[in-house]
Ligand binder design. Structure first.
Ligand SMILES: *Cc1c(COP(=O)(O)O)cnc(C)c1O
Length: 462
């Protein structure tokens, strides 16, 4: 499988090069040249375990690895999960909760980043080369990336997080990791500032080449690939359980990476009735579906900080399919968006019509009410991100297509929200309670690309 840029540049790369490159050199995002149609294999796939299924999905896209190599990477990646099913699906009241938080940092990003760590290690060893990862995080990516890459010899990792805007536990999950190859940079700014700095460093081709920069942000194709697997896995479990022939998914969304994986699973032939995109008050995507206008607003801090994003980097991949692969159109949209912060995708403010995706928004009040309601009625604790998805899903209940709500984090990561919602200090996990009081390491820097670049150059000794 070859990979092409959403912006039409001449690069055409095989899988391993795509992963090492991250962002395409024309500023676009990589997508596979074809979408395999797997509809005739679904019956057979529905019998597979998580890791067997992962192998079948991934080998379609990672065809420059041998099946044995891929099988080994998948086995090592998911051996770190604390649940035998890796991503179990639990029936809770009217919905099915897809628990994606059984990895080392208790958030869904482990599913992709444990795999990416294994993938990098083996590709870099084979090529006898090294890579310096620069990443922005709104909270969960950072710790998941650190757990995926810590202590690995051929990799350094610089993680930019917005200082004081990630939860205290999220900060500790990052800064208590003292491995020499892990560098936490606390930026005085928002997540979007961090993401812009990272994008800026990647666009500086001289800097990027001199320091062998690589990306693990959700723009990296391997992230999307690993996340596709659980859409198949969960759909099979729920169709079997309920006797239906289709399902719908509700996805708490920030950077559009997770829901985009579901969109590809649907494009590959998974019978998905709806993909419900749920945002918090930072609702650029919900507004875009309602009005056809993709336009940024101010970032507001909410109870679901991993969704406090106004520019959703993976949306460009969706725009590529929306434009039917017309890369001139994508390039002009992205140019206009960069210049003005706003583009119109439909005439006269009409809603975006999409064959599978719908969108909605849940604010702080709805988040708290949903957490409280699920605790009181169903004795189940939702983390605030998951609660946003569960709230929006209720607007799209469908008797013929049961709803699978993606649970993207363990509630103990957001104990304050649980306390606010229920009045009780219910959410704990020994992995997190054990972090308090441990030594930490971080470097605080202004939201200035030049300063960050100079710091990275100094650490890398060039
Ligand atoms: C990252 C994250 C999200 C948003 O996922 P995207 O792929 O950025 O849309 C939602 N919930 C949690 C807990 C996260 O860590």
């Amino acid at each position: 499988m070859d990979y092409l840029s959403t912006r039409g540049g001449p690069e055409r790369l095989p899988f391993q090069d795509t992963i090492l490159t991250g962002l395409a050199r024309d500023g676009g995002l990589f997508l596979p040249a074809d979408t395999p149609d797997v509809s005739r294999r679904l019956k057979e796939w529905s019998q597979l375990s998580y890791t067997e299924l992962a192998l079948e999905v991934m080998r379609l896209y990672a065809d420059d690895l041998t099946v044995e190599e891929l099988r080994g990477m998948i086995a090592r990646s998911y051996a770190t999960f604390r649940h035998g099913e890796i991503t179990p699906v639990v029936a809770v009241g009217p919905i099915h909760v897809l628990e994606l938080f059984h990895g080392p940092t208790l958030a869904f990003k482990d599913v992709a980043l444990q795999f990416l760590g294994q993938l990098f290690e083996s590709v870099l060893a084979r090529r006898d080369t090294a890579l310096n990862i620069v990443a922005a995080t709104s909270g969960d990516t950072g710790s998941a990336a650190i757990q995926g890459l810590r202590g690995r010899q051929r990799l350094s990792l610089f993680v930019l997080h917005p200082h004081g805007r990630v939860s205290p536990i999220q900060a500790l999950q990052m800064t208590t990791v003292l491995d020499g190859n892990v560098h936490n940079l606390a930026i005085d700014g928002t997540f979007d500032d961090c993401q812009n700095i990272v994008k800026g460093l990647f666009s500086d081709l001289a800097f990027r080449d001199r320091h062998q920069l690589g990306a693990i942000n959700s723009i990296n194709w391997a992230r999307v690939l690993a996340q596709m697997v659980y859409y198949f896995y969960a759909a099979f479990r729920v169709m079997e359980r309920t006797g239906t022939d289709r399902v719908q998914f509700s996805v708490p969304t920030g950077n559009f990476g997770d829901i985009f994986a579901g969109y590809l699973a649907w494009r590959m032939g998974l019978p998905v009735e709806r993909l419900i995109l749920a945002t918090n008050e930072n609702d650029i995507l919900a507004r875009c579906f309602a009005t056809g206008s993709y336009s940024t607003g101010e970032v507001v801090a909410t109870l679901s900080p991993s969704m406090d994003i106004q520019v959703a980097s993976n949306f460009e991949r969706y725009l590529y399919y929306r434009a039917d692969g017309n890369t001139d159109q994508v390039r002009s949209w992205m140019r206009d968006f960069k210049a003005t912060g706003s583009i119109s995708l439909t005439p006269d403010g009409e809603p975006l019509d999409d064959p599978v995706m719908v969108a909605g928004r849940g604010d702080t009040e709805a988040t708290l009410a949903t957490i409280r309601n699920y605790w009181e009625r169903h004795n189940y604790l939702l983390d605030p991100h998951t609660a946003v998805g569960v709230h929006v899903a209720a607007q799209f209940a469908d008797a013929a297509a049961p709803t699978i709500c993606l649970a993207t984090a363990h509630p103990a990561k957001f104990g304050n929200a649980i306390l606010q919602a229920t009045g009780k200090d219910l959410a704990h996990h020994p992995l997190l309670d054990g972090l308090k009081g441990l030594p930490t390491r971080l470097t605080r820097l202004p939201a200035d690309q030049t300063v960050v670049a100079a710091h990275i150059a100094k650490v890398l000794g060039g």
